[in-house]
Design a protein. Structure first.
Ligand code: AMP
Length: 216
């Protein structure tokens, strides 16, 4: 399958789209946010450093991101095609990524921008809660996936919690960072002829639109 780079604002639907593609086409899903969150739990100096950057909604330094990413791209499950979710975030990362794929003999594939409204994004982030036990995701503001009993997981009865960066202040910060640093990527990939847009408001529509690109 074609490799996919997903470009989108926080909570624009990257996670949902990736899940559907993993299930249907067996893609490897590489989220740099997940790689960083997992590294931030390690009780090392590096773990604490990453944890602080994540809490403030800042971008983590390229050196750390590339170390984790290169290690991940060396694993076997990416051979069938992989989705990059949350990377590259800046033009600098995009250029460095071109060098890495050349070195590792990987294809760029397609770059897909998810278009989702600002108000939809804010509600998805500020209302998002997760289960401490099984990781299921709910929302208390959008009307989609509302937990039946407040603070309790419908699936396993576990307690629900908010990610520390899912507050309005951090959302604004992350959105502004997205606009400022990520938009130049769009021009970069457009010039290469690898850029495509799909609508991120609706789950089924999103899958249909990306499938057209994959089978093209
Ligand atoms: P995400 O799960 O993609 O929303 O990412 C959560 C946080 O991880 C971001 O707010 C950044 O602090 C950090 N992060 C994720 N991907 C990158 C990246 N490619 N470069 C720098 N920081 C990143």
């Amino acid at each position: 399958m074609k490799n996919i780079i997903l470009i989108a604002a926080p909570a624009a639907g990257k996670g949902t789209l990736s899940e559907m593609l993993v299930e249907k086409y067996n893609y490897a899903h590489i989220s740099t946010g997940d790689l960083l969150r997992s590294a931030s739990h390690e009780e090392t100096e590096l773990g604490v450093k990453i944890s602080n950057m994540l809490k403030n909604g800042e971008l983590v330094t390229d050196e750390i991101v590339f170390e984790l990413l290169e290690k991940r791209l060396g694993e076997n499950d990416i051979k069938n095609g992989y989705i990059l979710d949350g990377f590259p975030r800046t033009l600098g990362q995009a250029k460095k990524y071109d060098e890495i794929i050349e070195k590792l003999n990987l294809d760029l594939g397609i770059v897909v921008v998810l278009n989702t409204e600002y108000e939809t994004l804010k509600k998805r982030i500020v209302g998002r809660v997760l289960c401490k036990n099984c990781g299921a995701v709910y929302n208390t503001l959008t009307g989609v996936n509302t937990p039946k009993v407040s603070n309790i997981c419908d699936k396993c009865g576990g307690e629900l919690y908010k990610r520390s960066d899912d507050n309005e202040e951090s959302f604004k910060n992350r959105y502004e960072t997205y606009l400022e640093k990520t938009k130049p990527l769009i021009d970069y990939y457009e010039k290469k002829g690898s850029l495509f847009y799909i609508n991120g408001e609706n789950k089924e529509q999103m899958l249909k639109e990306i499938e057209v690109l994959l089978h093209d």
